[in-house]
Design a protein around this ligand. Sequence first.
Ligand SMILES: N[C@@H](CCC(=O)N[C@@H](CS)C(=O)NCC(=O)O)C(=O)O
Length: 250
Amino acid sequence: MLTLYSFGPAANSLKPLLALYEKGLEFTPRFVDPTRFEHHEDWFKAINPRGQVPALDHDGHIITESTVICEYLEDAFPDAPRLRPADPVQIAEMRVWTKWVDEYFCWCVSTIGWERMIGPMARKLSDAEFEEKLKHIPIPEQQAKWRSARTGFPQAVLDEEMRKIRVSIDRLEKRLSQSLWLAGEAYTLADICNFAIANGMQHGYADIVNKTATPHLVAWIERINARPAVQAMFAKSKSEMPARPSATAA
Ligand SMILES: N[C@@H](CCC(=O)N[C@@H](CS)C(=O)NCC(=O)O)C(=O)O
């Protein structure tokens, strides 16, 4: 039995949701509500002591880290449609892209997302409420990030993260001007993991991600959104999620 704990179809949670639907695997979705700080509750920290989503429960084995979950699904369900190339050179190419999104692309987008979304959420809390919430966050770096989001990240940090976002966008555009998919000739985890972060940038970063400046990147985002599994995933996940006042950032 598979259960996926997630914030719903965005950011890191989107990666395993896309993989599960693309592979046609039955699973129980368990939406963890970030607006109620559910991921910092003891019941969830018993599942992932880092208090972060996504987390996969497969017959009682807990797998964490979004990209690792996707690779795990490939290993555990090799007969389902493949999302990893067969050729070792292409597998290496795929992993360069998944490593890059985890170590670079995701972080700059995350900081701007925290500034835009977590900051206002944190400022709604009184000082006492905020300090109480912080006590339940297990990762010291995440506590510091909450503090920075509440006060607002320094402008120099935001400028640097925007520079890295532009580097990321250029890198994706360049690659996608040469080939339909990021690694090899087919849709793979390289596409899934980068799309999870890039999808929506055509709205949230419309000045730098648009049909004029980045035609290949926008076409790739549209191509992935048109996939039947992706459409089914968004439709089903959104209908299954409890109504929430606002979404959150990675
Ligand atoms: N490296 C982890 C990062 C997970 C992560 O940052 N998850 C976010 C949601 S996309 C989260 O749980 N944020 C809440 C928090 O850290 O307090 C992964 O790829 O799974």
